[in-house]
Design a protein around this ligand. Structure first.
Ligand code: F6R
Length: 364
């Protein structure tokens, strides 16, 4: 049941800290406290390339995964949505890895890519919530996210659990490929293990997100901006808003704003910024100043240091716990999903069963 929550989505949003925590438990050695994954069906040090494919939110998790695999493990990654990957038919290296990401393990497009890449000689690694699924049976290795059942059509906790597995994968590959020293590995692992507590803190400050929701609920169009590993979080935010509140939203890499979409900006188009204090923050800040100068209403998710710099730029700021830039996409996904939920509540839509959508898409 819903355990006293109004919707499964609300319940599942509150399960983010537990989903991340259980997933971490699965991938952490209890004695050494190091991230430890099951043996790979290949030598990670010699892996030439990885291909990632998935649909919807799982694809956005894959985009963050690419960022981590490339930056931490120096592994070249090709990525596309599953419905395009097969037909684009990118050339595959010998002994490459195909990484498929799916909550259900039954999504037709993703399963199609799995079979296509298996045929092309790739080793199949799947990140799945439902491990005993069709994709689970056909994979060489299943990395389970331990999110528990997800009933709400809109994906919530499975998304942060997917990201947690991908972060663990990137750290493991980095260790095996010798691209991260022990001190750095320990620091990033600590940031990851700390995440369930940081995530839980978000739920004691929901008022700021509700204030933001009142602005967003009045809009017809909303822009979401992100940069770097938080760009896919902007995409996730825009997808979730469209999906359950039926408000049109688009995500852009903040630097792309001036190459086109800035012409849309006026008082009626709120701009939601995913802006943790990372090395990209100052660039994001100047993009937001440009948007504000055109009358844009800036709604920002940031941390204490970012809030200080954004105070004259953003109309509303939700201050999130300070975390290492590595785990910021996982933490920031949570308030972004809560925002969509709060907007849907104000709009009075059928949150758990949005129109035209099914939980698992088993046709192409
Ligand atoms: C978004 C959402 C969908 C799914 C997509 C993939 O909230 O729920 O975009 O993420 O249909 O589904 P799985 O992960 O089951 O393959």
């Amino acid at each position: 049941g819903k355990d006293g929550y109004r919707h499964f989505m609300e319940k599942e949003l509150h399960e983010h800290p537990v989903a991340i925590g259980q997933t971490l438990q699965r991938v952490t050695d209890p004695v050494t406290r190091r991230i430890t994954l099951p043996d790979f069906p290949f030598n990670a040090a010699e892996l030439p390339r990885a291909t990632i494919s998935a649909c919807g939110s799982a694809y956005y998790a894959g985009l963050v995964g690419r960022y981590w695999l490339e930056s931490l493990a120096r592994l070249p990654v090709d990525i596309d949505v599953a419905s395009e990957m097969r037909y684009r038919a990118p050339p595959q290296p010998d002994q490459g890895m195909a990484l498929l990401i799916s909550q259900s393990g039954e999504t037709a497009d993703t399963l199609g890519v799995l079979r296509f890449l298996k045929e092309a000689g790739q080793k199949i690694v799947s990140v799945l919530n439902v491990e005993h699924s069709t994709m689970g049976r056909e994979s060489d290795l299943v990395l389970g996210m331990v999110a528990g059942p997800e009933i709400s059509v809109a994906s919530t906790k499975a998304f942060t659990a997917q990201l947690t597995v991908l972060a663990a994968l990137a750290l493991t590959f980095a260790r095996e490929r010798g691209t991260l020293d022990t001190a750095a590995e320990q620091e990033l692992t600590a940031a990851l293990l700390d995440l369930p507590s940081r995530a839980a803190e978000i739920f004691s400050h929901l008022e700021g997100i509700r204030d933001m929701a009142r602005v967003v609920a009045q809009a017809r169009d909303v822009l979401y901006l992100g940069r770097g590993s938080c760009m896919p979080i902007a995409q996730e935010g825009a997808l979730k808003l469209k999906e359950i509140s039926y408000i049109h939203a688009e995500a852009y890499a903040a630097g792309e704003l001036k190459h086109g979409p800035i012409s849309l900006i006026d008082q009626t188009v709120p701009v939601v910024a995913i802006a943790p204090s990372t090395i990209l923050f100052d660039k994001m800040l100047s993009n937001l100043q440009e948007a504000k100068a055109r009358g844009g209403r800036i709604l920002a998710f940031t941390d204490a240091a970012g809030a200080e710099k954004l105070k004259d730029v953003a109309e509303q700021i939700v201050v999130l716990p300070d975390v290492d830039a590595f785990v910021a996409p996982i933490l920031y996904a949570i308030p972004v999903q809560i925002l969509a939920y709060e907007v849907a509540l104000l709009k009075g839509t059928d949150v758990d069963q949005p129109r035209n959508l099914a939980k698992s898409v088993t046709v192409e």
